[in-house]
Structure formats: structure tokens, C-alpha cells
Design a protein around this ligand. Structure first.
Ligand SMILES: Cc1cc2nc3c(=O)[nH]c(=O)nc-3n(C[C@H](O)[C@H](O)[C@H](O)COP(=O)(O)OP(=O)(O)OC[C@H]3O[C@@H](n4cnc5c(N)ncnc54)[C@H](O)[C@@H]3O)c2cc1C
Ligand code: SF4
Length: 330
């Protein structure tokens, strides 16, 4: 680990003043990802700005009837909050599918959004990697790419986004609330994370001098018909090979609204409105789920070691939709 200076921020303005104009500073929240990256020299901020004591925790109902999740609320407290459990059980289930109880007790909601990819080449500073060192190359394309993306890749990067929580937040149409020096803004989470294109070093559209203060959920939480299905190598403490967040609204036996987001398959949680539209207006059925899966996976591209992800994702999508609609599957 390279030497760095440490500052414990007293308020948001103080935290932001340490970041503005300096790409060499990084916020420290729970530290479960940043500290690992610093130990491996993947990230070497000259200054660590500790935001963990700022009053950015808590979970409150918004004026619009939605829910505001504080950026510094822990993943564990968020998953067990009564409003989340009763109104957004999809989110609770996705959070609990991630990491371990010890990590969730420490990890924050803001930090979860900004966790970096688990591509092994990104973590090995002896090797090139366009995400870590722009322009150096992407050894994963021709290397060991079992965990890598099948959708939305570019010639510069085929990494996946590792979060479970963000997949559910994407299906729920959450909004990320940001504060910068003298201004604040909100970004729908579906537009917050980026595809790699020719700038794989940029995971999200957050600016270098912005702080995540909250994540807001709209009032609709799909508490009746939902599923978060995570397929991984171990049944616990492993990142998703493929995950599916399915949120369905059924009225009079017909699908009135449908959201499907995929994890483990792209550089961001993967949604396609046309796949969701195929489900709306008809009854839940295996045929409809299969058509939605085909649309969602359109353009999927396998590399040497990850071809299994395409049929796996198809099976996971149809299974998650059937579970969400309480249909029996074989
Ligand atoms: C062994 C292990 C297994 C894991 N398994 C899973 C898993 O299965 N599924 C899953 O989803 N996750 C998993 N995780 C990841 C874990 O969820 C994240 O490390 C955690 O959510 C990050 O939150 P943090 O508060 O610790 O962030 P930090 O490590 O403190 O920060 C992460 C990044 O976010 C930035 N940041 C943090 N807060 C803010 C803010 N408010 N505003 C702006 N920038 C901010 C930091 O500067 C840093 O760049 C695992 C982690 C480990 C170590
Ligand atoms: S997939 Fe992305 S993160 Fe992995 S080596 Fe290639 S550029 Fe780096």
C-alpha cells in the first residue's frame, strides 16, 4: 500500500472541498472495497477523506410515498428496515444475496453503487488493464474470461459490474442523489452505471467532485410479485455468475407492469424495455417468459470461457419470472 494522508470530514462541504479539483483523493465509507484496492495498489489515492461520520444514514419515507435510503446506511440495516422488508422485498433479498453478514454490517449503500469490478486482471497490477491503466489493453478478452460480460461489451473492456443491490435498484427504477460543490442533482440508476465503450476506466457518470448522499425509491415496490435469483459457484459468499431481479404487477390475471434486470452479464445492471413490454398485457406464461428472455439476451456474445452464461441467463430469467408470478416450474 502506498502512503496517503487521512482526513475525517466534518460535514459534506468539508468532504467535497477536499475532493474538488483533486483526482488524487478518495472518499472512505465502509472501506470494504476501497481498502482492498489500496492494499493491492489498484487504487492509490494521495488523500483518503473519511465520510463515515457524516449524517448521511437513515431511511425515510419521501413526500411522494417512496423511500430515501441514506448513502451511509449500511447494507445490513437497509435489508432489515421494516419499510424495505414490507414494501421493497426484492431489494432486501438482493442485498442479502451479497457478500457476508460481516461485510454487509460494514458496507454502505453509496459504496455498494461504486464498488469496482472483480475482473482478476484489474486487481493484478503486474498486468495491463484498460480500466486500471487506460490504453494498456484488455488481457481478459483473450484470457480467462469465465466471469466476464456477454452483453454491452467493447473492444476495450468486457468486465461485469459485481453488485447485487444495484440489480434490484435498477429493476425498481431507483434514483441516485448526488451533491457537488454548490450544486446537487439526481440520476436514474439505469443511467448511473456506464457501458465500457472507449472509456472503461469510467464505471459511472458520477463526477470526480461529487458525493452520493442518498438513493431514492419510487413508491411502487412490487411487494407481491418479485424474485431475486442469484446463480453463483458457491451458495454463499460469491459474486453472481448471473443474477435476475424480476418485479411484476398482475391485475385481473394479466401482467400490468414488468421489470427485469440482470446482474453478472454486463458492465452495468442490464435492462431492456422492449423485453419488459413483451410481457405487459398478457397472462404470465412460460411462452411469454421465453420471449422476454430472448429479447433481453439479444446481441449476447460469448468469449472462450463464458459461453455457458447465455443458456444460464435464459434459464435464470424464465425461472425468476415464473417465481415472481407464482407459477410452478419443473
Ligand atoms: C469478500 C467480498 C465479497 C463480496 N461479495 C459481494 C457480493 O456477493 N455482492 C455484492 O453486491 N457485493 C459484494 N461485495 C462488495 C461489497 O458489497 C462492497 O465492497 C461494499 O458495498 C462497498 O461499500 P463500502 O461502504 O465499504 O465502500 P468503500 O469501500 O468505502 O467505497 C467504495 C468506493 O465508493 C466510493 N464511495 C463510497 N461512498 C461514497 C459516497 N457516499 N459518495 C461518493 N463516493 C463514495 C469510495 O471512494 C470508493 O471508491 C463483496 C466484498 C467483499 C470484500
Ligand atoms: S475486462 Fe476490463 S477490467 Fe478486465 S482486464 Fe479487460 S479492461 Fe481490465
Amino acid at each position: 500500500m502506498k502512503p496517503f494522508s487521512y482526513h475525517c470530514a466534518t460535514d459534506a462541504g468539508d468532504a467535497l472541498s477536499h475532493l474538488s479539483g483533486s483526482s488524487a483523493a478518495a472518499f472512505l465509507a465502509g472501506g470494504t472495497n476501497l481498502v482492498d484496492l489500496m492494499k493491492e495498489d489498484v487504487m492509490s489515492p494521495a488523500e483518503v477523506v473519511d465520510i463515515s461520520r457524516l449524517p448521511l444514514g437513515g431511511i425515510t419515507v419521501t413526500d411522494e410515498g417512496g423511500l430515501r435510503l441514506g448513502a451511509l446506511e449500511t447494507n445490513a440495516a437497509t435489508a432489515r428496515h421494516p419499510e424495505v422488508v414490507s414494501r421493497y422485498p426484492l431489494l432486501a433479498k438482493a442485498i442479502l444475496a451479497g457478500a457476508s453478514p460481516q461485510l454487509r454490517n460494514r458496507a454502505t449503500n453509496g459504496g455498494n453503487l461504486l464498488q469496482r469490478t472483480r475482473c482478476p486482471y484489474f486487481y493484478d497490477v503486474q498486468l495491463p488493464c484498460n480500466k486500471r491503466l487506460p490504453g494498456s489493453g484488455c488481457p481478459a478478452r483473450e484470457g480467462y474470461n469465465r466471469n466476464h460480460a456477454i452483453l454491452g461489451t467493447s473492444e476495450h473492456c468486457i468486465a461485469t459490474h459485481p453488485s447485487d443491490m444495484c440489480v434490484a435498484l435498477s429493476a425498481l427504477d431507483a434514483v441516485v442523489v448526488l451533491e457537488g460543490a454548490g450544486s446537487s442533482r439526481s440520476i436514474p440508476i439505469t443511467g448511473f452505471h456506464r457501458l465500457p465503450e472507449d472509456e472503461p476506466h469510467r464505471d459511472t457518470d458520477i463526477r470526480a467532485d461529487e458525493l452520493i448522499t442518498a438513493i431514492e425509491l419510487p413508491s411502487k415496490g412490487f411487494p407481491e410479485n418479485y424474485q431475486y435469483l442469484k446463480i453463483r459457484d458457491r451458495s454463499s459468499y460469491a459474486f453472481a455468475l448471473v443474477s435476475v431481479a424480476a418485479a411484476i404487477e398482475i391485475e385481473d390475471g394479466m401482467i400490468a407492469d414488468a421489470r427485469i434486470a440482470l446482474g453478472g452479464v454486463a458492465h452495468k445492471p442490464w435492462r431492456k424495455e422492449e423485453a419488459e413490454a413483451l410481457l405487459v398485457g398478457g397472462p404470465p406464461s412460460a411462452l411469454a417468459f421465453d420471449k422476454a428472455a430472448t429479447a433481453l439476451l439479444g446481441g449476447a456474445e460469448a468469449r472462450t470461457f463464458n459461453a455457458f452464461k447465455i443458456p444460464l441467463a435464459r434459464a435464470a430469467i424464465t425461472r425468476a419470472l415464473a417465481d415472481a408470478c407464482h407459477l410452478m416450474t419443473k
